[in-house]
Design a protein around this ligand. Structure first.
Ligand code: HEM
Length: 527
């Protein structure tokens, strides 16, 4: 049965034939909108554009999928800066919106749907059989090193996924954090020892270097932390290359192209990881780092991870771990520099509990304001702003009927900025956490459902230790006139770094308001 009704709105002619719905009430039009859905009835386009904040008055709308050139340019903008694209899609179209064919010549392209808010998050994240993971990094040619090193937990599904996740749980369990505590304290101490009173430093670079060292040491450190750090650098470069626009939009494997360079780099990286795994097997150090634990791990049937699985896991876990932590630390330091009153109260808490020392593991849970500050920072500027799934069997999502192969995006950032969930969403207000307890699908900096981040406990441990140590030792203030714009490549980071002045902690807190598009994300003027 094909659907012949004309849509009740003006828009591009339908070109996608709908897969046959189960019954009459589930029929959809040529745009894959369910005709029975209330949003399909007579919605008008609003046509609001622009980069206003989420507290702008909104109308819930529903419009046909973007197609052709408009879809292509929107996708192009999305890859380099997703936040304004998601925001204007939301303002124009409401909680759910769709792209149709981006390439008019492709026969295989399916709908891409962006869905926002706790209800859609719940539907997408709690049903991993329908909404399957695929990973965010581009696929690469069949059988290539790139394809092997991108294939870790984040893109696995089914039995293999369940078995691998089980193997990975022990090294990330809360109990294992004690083993990582010393490494985090020592590496933070080393970093702080290089800072001097009165100098200017790029805090983003500092936090990236620290997170890279911590991730390398804790995940693959073993006996040779420096070797792990060098491989960490190569992994970082691989990840950055994957998100370059000229790679993403020009995936042509011919000499001289950025795509070819990415594939070459992936080959070298794979060889290094293999060599590291081989050495670790031979040495049998019995170390507590994640790689050693993985090499020893067996599931209940006595199965261990294969060589191929280890290579993908090692790379993907590393990629997932270090930039996210660097992003969270950088933005938290920035937000505190913009809120001197909160900073002063936080310092009272830290000094009265820790007396200038690094926190012990048992003290971490006595730092209640620090916990609220971190929670609020991860809400306001989550390191991961969107994630994606692939539809594995036909399913309804809001007003759309999604055939197999459609892609769905959910957004941590957009959900966290919904004013109906978080009043004054652009304010940095740690005390909102005294009176709010959102559902796991309304607050999800670490994702949600059965595929929630396995590094959650590790990250919260590192963020608490590192921040407590930095803030007791130094007062950080933004360099006057600094421009803070965002940059997105897997995680959200400041495009031109985070220039800050470093002073011995003297409590002389001042606020230097920056320039830049940070003001679209955070209200720094009124609060
Ligand atoms: C502030 C730090 C972090 C943030 C904000 C963060 C965020 C996230 C998010 C949003 C997801 C879900 C993605 C999705 O739904 O597709 C995720 C998954 C994951 N994260 Fe993290 N992450 C952080 C730190 C870490 C660390 C330290 C590790 C490893 C040591 C890690 C390893 C993973 C893995 C392996 C997954 C995939 C889990 C699965 O699919 O079962 N993450 N993370």
């Amino acid at each position: 049965m094909s659907v012949t009704e004309k849509p009740p709105w003006k828009g591009p002619a339908p070109v996608v034939a709908c897969i046959i719905p189960k019954d009459e009430t589930e029929r959809c039009d040529g745009d894959n909108r369910l005709l029975s859905h209330p949003l399909s009835q007579g919605a008008e386009r609003l046509g609001v554009a622009g980069a206003c904040r989420m507290s702008t008055p909104l109308r819930q709308e529903h419009a046909p999928p973007l197609r052709g050139l408009k879809a292509l340019t929107t996708a192009f903008q999305f890859v380099s800066d997703p936040i304004p694209v998601m925001r204007s899609m939301y303002i124009e179209r409401g909680l759910i919106s769709a792209f149709g064919k981006i390439n008019p010549l492709s026969k295989r392209e399916r709908l891409v749907v962006m869905a926002i808010g706790p209800e859609y998050n719940r539907q997408i994240l709690s049903d991993p059989d329908t909404f399957r993971a695929r990973g965010m990094v581009l696929q690469g040619p069949q059988g290539s090193a790139h394809q092997r090193i991108r294939f870790g937990l984040i893109s696995m599904n089914g039995e293999q996924y369940l078995q691998q996740r089980k193997l990975l749980i022990p090294p990330f369990h809360k109990k294992s954090m004690e083993g990582y505590h010393n490494a985090i304290v020592n590496l933070t101490e080393q970093m702080l020892g290089t800072w001097r009173d009165g100098e200017q430093r790029n805090m983003c670079g500092e936090m990236q270097a620290l997170a890279l060292r911590v991730a390398s040491m804790v995940l693959f450190g073993g006996s040779d932390a420096e070797e792990a750090y060098q491989i960490g650098q190569m992994m970082k470069e691989w990840l950055a290359m994957c998100f370059r626009r000229r790679v993403w939009f020009f995936q042509v494997n011919i000499p001289g192209t950025p795509y070819r360079r990415l594939l070459g780099h992936a080959g070298r990286l794979e060889r290094e990881i293999r060599a590291m795994i081989d050495r670790r097997r031979r040495e049998e150090t019995g170390g507590g780092d994640v790689l050693s634990v993985l090499l020893r791990a067996r599931d209940e049937n006595g199965n261990s991870a294969s060589e191929g699985e280890l290579i993908g896991q090692v790379n993907v876990i590393f990629a997932a771990a270090h930039e996210t932590n660097a992003s969270a630390l950088t933005w938290t330091l920035f937000l505190l520099s913009q809120h001197p009153r909160i900073m002063a109260v936080l310092l009272d808490e830290l000094e009265s509990t820790l007396h200038g020392d690094a926190p012990r593991i048992d003290q971490l849970h006595h730092l209640a304001l620090l916990e609220r500050v971190i929670k609020e920072s991860l809400r306001l500027i989550p390191p991961v702003v969107w994630s994606t799934r692939i539809v594995d069997q036909p399913v309804k999502l809001g007003p759309y009927f999604l055939p197999k192969g459609s892609r769905v995006l959910y957004s941590q950032y957009m959900t966290h900025h919904l004013p109906e969930l978080y009043p004054n969403p652009e304010w940095f207000d740690p005390d909102r956490w005294l009176s709010t307890e959102p559902s796991p699908y309304a607050y999800l900096p670490f994702g949600g459902g059965p595929r929630m981040c396995i590094g959650y406990a590790f990250s919260m441990t590192m963020l608490r230790i590192t921040l407590a140590m930095i803030l007791q030792r130094y007062r950080l203030s933004l360099v006057p006139g600094a421009r803070i714009d965002r940059k997105y490549a897997v995680t959200l980071l400041p495009k031109y770094g985070m220039p800050m002045m470093v002073h011995k902690q003297d409590r002389q807190f001042t606020k230097e308001i920056p320039r830049g598009n940070i003001h679209e994300m955070v209200d720094l003027a009124t609060h």
